[in-house]
Design a protein around this ligand. Structure first.
Ligand SMILES: [Zn+2]
Length: 323
């Protein structure tokens, strides 16, 4: 078993933040609609400010974090659920993942030259301007013993929400709608997501053909009504920490027999530690390790936390294990 973060003395000094009501699941009783409201609160700021990104990239990262948190909370798995976007734009790689216990991480690799050119153009920057063309993948990773489940689609649309909806149109059996927002507020970076899913229901197997057609139609109406109501949500409402999740959902769906489920926590989720990176280094040959030494130490940086770990050459490799 992994050492709990708070007991691990090898862990860097990174924010130890838990947001108790980070994800709020809900459904509309008697209707084929369920959803999740995701609000990572100050956690978004803690994760995004580990790196000095341009605001447009932080905003994309905030939306990606809210999206993975919302999608992960609807799945039964043990391990991590990740969103990966690889494209030819200024953000050549974006990675956001969420563990089964709500631990969130984010990393973006940027091409500085392309980014400078985009920023200099003065145009309103879309998520697509940052990713360019490429692909988006969603992966459930339950460890080396289990099969990885991965779905990949081409990047389509201008916003991350459009890209995600395109994924669901092509990869999943049911309709899915999502709204994402992220912004730097007076309290720091905030992000949020509202996700609606059309689930099976409305037609019983014992119903005759005519009857199930009527129920299908009712299901379609209920889904469209839910979409119309969800569409009235503003970015400001979604990102407002002072507006409780239940109140926000009630504002949207109070006439649709809203049932709010038990909320789930989100947390600062980087799993890096000196012990883990030392384990990584132990797989290199002594020759390679010698080449990695600079000013007497080997420096390894956690790309998620942007934290540097320094190793004395004598601490790692066969030289270390021989002692
Ligand atoms: Zn880390």
């Amino acid at each position: 078993m992994d050492t709990p973060a708070f007991l691990d003395r090898d862990r860097p000094d990174v924010p130890d933040i838990v947001v108790p009501g980070g994800v709020t699941p809900f459904h509309l009783a008697g209707r084929p609609v369920r959803g999740r409201l995701v609000r990572p609160g100050k956690l978004a700021d803690a994760i995004l400010t580990r790196h000095k990104h341009a605001p447009a990239i932080s905003a994309l990262g905030g939306k990606a974090l809210a999206l993975v948190a919302g999608l992960a909370s609807a799945l039964k798995f043990q391990g991590s659920f990740s969103l990966q976007i690889k494209g030819d734009g200024p953000v050549s790689l974006l990675l956001a993942d969420c563990t089964d216990t709500g631990g969130l991480r984010f990393y973006a690799r940027q091409d500085q030259e392309q980014l400078d050119a985009l920023l200099a153009s003065g145009k309103q920057i879309t998520d697509r301007d940052l990713t360019g063309n490429g692909y988006l993948a969603l992966t459930v990773d339950q460890g080396p013993e289990m099969d990885r489940h991965q779905g990949i689609v081409e990047i389509t649309g201008d916003s991350l929400a459009d890209m995600a909806m395109h994924y669901f149109q092509t990869s999943e059996q049911h309709a899915c709608w999502t709204m994402l927002a992220a912004k730097q507020t007076e309290a720091g970076w905030r992000s949020g997501a509202l996700i609606l899913e059309r689930i099976a229901g409305g037609g019983g197997s014992d119903a005759d053909a005519d009857h199930s057609e009527v129920l299908d139609e009712q299901g379609e109406d209920a889904w469209n009504t839910a979409l119309a109501l969800a569409g009235t949500l503003t970015d400001a409402e979604l990102l407002d920490d002072t507006l409780p999740a239940e109140q926000l959902l009630y504002r949207l769906f109070h006439e649709e027999d809203l049932v709010v489920g038990q909320s789930r926590a989100l947390a600062y989720g980087c799993r890096c530690s000196k012990a883990k990176l030392s384990d990584v280094l132990s797989r290199f040959s002594d020759d390679d390790l010698d080449h990695m030494v600079e000013d007497g130490v080997i420096k390894m940086t956690c790309e998620f936390c942007n934290h540097d770990f320094c190793f004395d050459r004598k601490e790692v490799g066969t030289t270390a294990s021989a002692n």
